[in-house]
Design a protein around this ligand. Structure first.
Ligand code: NAI
Length: 719
């Protein structure tokens, strides 16, 4: 046996799981096979009175399955039959364990997630380490799946339906105390006591059986599934309807529990594997896992960092502009242990920003997001100033002043005269070309774009923009900096609006054009949310400020790069809103929405007067397609222009940065899932009905004809 260390003590078989080459066990196919063979043998071994399963590693129990293996299987097209077999295997193993005819206990020393917990649920008794790092959970829902190894059947049978559903649907793990309260484990013990306690229980309970295998057993709270008034079911169904079934896992889980609780366990397991196979062979799980886990993990590990440069760790930076973004950047850098000179036009402004940060950090502490001493130390690392001399020791200066070329030029020049001759310079601009800004810097090779998202402390993404002259060394150092802040970098080449602002702009403009087409504003907003965008285009335009959009557009025209920002009729609508109706956005009191003092927001009734509604409204589905397709098209254009060189950057940028729905896997995954040829056809249809902006380029058509994808399929060798 390669994955199991086996011994017998006092007639009890101790099965120590030790998957080679890993610091934490995961539930590999080989481990399952070896456990299955071992338990088949133990059943007939009269010298063995019972079994204890535990981890032979220093940490944890079993932390779920290998997502990478799952994705590779997906990409090669797992069939429903194969998916059912996969689920049936773990189900069969757990069933074999619980019907062994001998007591089986699990000693859980730490993490037991996914299949690891399902395995433990198939044993008769669970002892859990009392240490806080012991966490139990079934997180499959977060990757678009359900626990297909009996989890949806045993968890509600064990702890009750009303307690099990939230665990299955939220996917959040629970710690030792909560696990004990829920009845998920039978006992807590000190780590060094776990094995002894489990063994003692096995010796004291020779004829252990699962309660659900006793005659006449019934789940205790079937009533909580009552439809339509059961609070749980209606909440789940509402969420499902609201997302138009974009995320099929929650409903499948509800079905497993609902259908499975009124039948015996074996029938329940059959039901579970059918739903599991549906999810595993559908696109959503594959897209969620690939983008949110595999690609994100690769980006976090800096797999695309240029080779040959020693890794850098920053100790001192300067931030120019202590506004919303500058203060946010200073905060995350200080929390990461970096000293920050936070500079604004006057000392008072910089100090006011420091005071706001003090409040924010205090709030983070009171919410338990940050330890008190860490917050204090971070705040002490931020030095508010208006004196450029404070940049004298900075290794990197990040500019986050107004989005105005002249202001940026002025602060850059003043910083250059004060900062060290080898320090790097980054701009947090969201619309100005990096190569243009680099022209204001004497060493354009040391200049780069670091585009953070608001609010900086919560948004995980940083878009790194390589200017025409940015060196590999600068790029590598910028990636190290982003990693030091524990953010996820994507890499893009320079273009006005880079990648994220371009795609985001296409979304907002599409909303404006819908208004021009006479579509009801409420319908526009609803369609966006049903597509999975976090907010509608009109609401988000109000947040960004319509006035700022006008300013950016004016600047683009003056600087001669407006062709990329071809906003056509969309910008006319912004002009009307700002200049004619004096509704520049939320911060100025109103835009597409009114913001009454008592809170909340209402669509401005004036909209209907100025953009009369067409008597025939398109279907929500049509609007949904417009919203998703326009962003996907803009992304494809970024690939065509070389702004994006790796599909993973586009998918991560769109899902983590601008709220493109995760069920798609991201903008380019969305196209790959449909198939490029089908996407091109869909866009041609939209072009006929709504305008030439939907017309795919010749380049895209050629790719469609040759059957290309944006994400290459992994090579067969990897499987
Ligand atoms: P903001 O208006 O909140 O902050 C700008 C700060 O710069 C103000 O504190 C202002 O006093 C300071 N400033 C202006 N002129 C100055 C000068 N001559 N010397 C020193 N300080 C000066 O603006 P925000 O939103 O923080 O944006 C800053 C930059 O970040 C812009 O380039 C913007 O495009 C970009 N950005 C903004 C995002 C957002 O969501 N707000 C997201 C990503 C990038």
């Amino acid at each position: 046996m390669q994955t199991i260390k086996f011994e017998i003590e006092d007639g009890v078989a101790l099965v120590g799981i030790d998957v080679p080459g890993r610091s934490l066990n995961i539930l590999t196919p080989q481990l399952q096979r070896e456990l299955d063979e071992l338990f088949a043998r133990l059943a007939g071994d009269d010298a063995v009175k019972g079994v204890v399963i535990h981890s032979a590693k220093a940490r944890g129990f079993i932390a779920g399955a290998d997502l990478m293996e799952l994705v590779e299987a997906f990409e090669h097209g797992t069939s429903k039959v194969e998916a059912r077999e996969q689920s049936a295997y773990l189900q069969g193993l757990t069933r074999r364990i619980e019907t062994l005819g001998k007591p089986v206990a699990t000693a859980i020393g730490g993490l037991a997630l996914g299949g690891g917990l399902e395995l433990a649920l198939g044993t008769h008794y669970r002892v859990l380490s009392e240490r806080a790092d012991a966490q139990l959970g079934l997180p499959e829902v977060s990757v678009g799946l359900l626990p297909g190894g009996g989890g949806t059947q045993r968890l509600p049978r064990l702890i009750g339906i009303a307690q099990a559903l939230p665990m299955l649907l939220d996917g959040k793990p629970v710690g030792p105390q909560r696990a004990l309260e829920l009845g998920l484990v039978d006992e807590l013990a000190a780590p060094e006591q776990l094995l002894a306690r489990a063994k003692a229980w096995v010796l004291a309970n020779p004829d252990a059986r699962q309660p659900w295998d006793r005659k006449g057993w019934k789940p205790r709270d079937l009533g909580s599934l009552a439809f339509p008034h059961g609070p749980l079911t209606s909440r789940i169904l509402q969420a499902h309807v609201a997302s138009r079934g974009n995320y099929p896992a929650p409903l499948a889980i509800l079905s497993c529990v609902g259908e499975g609780m009124v039948v015996d366990l074996d029938t329940g397991l059959r039901i579970e594997r059918n739903y599991f196979a549906q999810l595993l062979t559908g696109p959503v799980a594959r897209n969620l896992i690939r983008t949110q886990f595999i690609n994100k993990a690769a980006a976090d590990k800096l797999v695309r960092r240029p080779q040959g440069f020693t890794s850098r760790s920053f100790t001192r930076i300067g931030v120019l502009g202590a506004g919303q973004m500058g203060a946010g950047i200073a905060r995350v850098a200080a929390v990461a242990g970096i000293e920050v000179a936070l500079l604004d036009a006057s000392l008072e402004q910089a100090q006011a920003a420091h005071a706001r940060l003090a409040d924010e950090l205090a709030r983070a502490v009171s919410r338990g997001q940050l330890a008190g001493d860490k917050a204090e130390a971070a705040l002490a690392r931020i030095h508010p100033t208006a004196d450029y001399a404070e940049l004298g020791a900075a290794e990197l200066v990040i500019e986050a002043v107004f989005e105005d070329l002249a202001v940026k030029a002025e602060v850059t020049a003043r910083a250059v005269s004060a900062m060290p001759a080898d320090a790097l310079f980054a701009s947090n601009t969201s619309t100005l070309p990096i190569s243009l800004l680099a022209g204001q810097f004497p060493r354009p090779a040391d200049f780069i774009g670091l585009h953070f998202f608001s609010p900086v402390e919560r948004m995980p993404l940083v878009e790194i923009i390589r200017g025409r002259e940015t060196s590999d060394a600068t790029l590598a150092a910028a990636m190290d900096f982003v990693a030091q802040l524990r953010k996820t970098p994507i890499l893009v080449n320079d273009s006005p609006g880079f990648f994220t602002s371009r795609v985001f702009g296409s979304f907002v403009d599409e909303g404006f054009l819908m208004l021009e087409d006479g579509i009801a504003p409420a319908l526009i907003e609803q369609a966006a949310r049903q597509a999975g965008m976090p907010v509608g285009p009109l609401a988000v335009a109000d947040e960004v400020s319509l006035e700022l959009q006008l300013k950016v557009n004016r600047q683009a025209i003056e600087l001669g790069f407006e062709e990329r920002f071809q906003r056509g009729a969309a910008i006319d609508l912004v002009k009307t809103m700002v200049n004619e109706f004096h509704r520049p956005g939320r911060r100025a009191g109103g835009g597409f929405y009114d913001y009454p003092e008592e809170g909340g927001k209402r669509l401005w009734t004036g909209l209907a007067q100025h953009w009369p509604q067409a008597s025939q409204q398109p279907t929500l589905e049509e609007l949904r397609l417009r919203i998703l397709s326009i962003q996907a098209l803009e992304s494809a254009r970024c690939v065509e222009e070389g702004v994006i060189t790796d599909a993973a950057d586009a998918d991560l940028g769109s899902t983590l940065g601008i709220g493109f729905p995760t069920w798609t896997g991201g903008v380019l995954s969305y196209i790959d899932t449909l198939g490029l040829a089908a996407f091109v056809e869909q866009c041609d249809g939209l072009a006929e009905r709504w305008g030439e902006r939907f017309r795919p380029s010749a380049w895209l058509r050629r790719r469609a004809e040759t059957g290309e994808r944006f994400h290459p399929r992994p090579t067969q060798a990897g499987n």
